[in-house]
Design a protein. Structure first.
Length: 97
């Protein structure tokens, strides 16, 4: 699956929450239809890594037997939390990837 949109949710001051908080994501895939999720924005904890993101996708597609997924962000595999990815790559809130 590909994360096509990722950003931290802004605090009430309009600035991104330091260290994570929540992330706004959209999933996109070219996998068969049984693995398709609606391409709509979702708010999820920014501390989620691959396993947690896989849990979210499995719930969205209604799989009783969990399936592990890999996630691409800007063409590279996500191997950290979403929040860490944003910090390392110095990305601001609501950055389209």
């Amino acid at each position: 699956l590909v994360l096509v949109y990722i950003g931290t949710m802004a605090s009430s001051s309009g600035m991104p929450k330091p260290g994570g908080g929540e992330a706004l994501v959209v999933f996109f895939t070219k996998l068969p239809e049984k693995f398709q999720v609606p391409e709509e924005e979702l708010v999820i904890p920014a501390n989620l890594e691959r396993y947690g993101l896989s849990e979210v996708v499995n719930r969205l597609i209604g799989h009783e037997q969990p399936v592990p997924f890999d996630f691409l962000v800007e063409g590279e595999f996500l191997r950290t939390s979403i929040g860490t990815y944003l910090e390392v790559h110095k990305l601001s809130a609501e950055k389209i990837l």
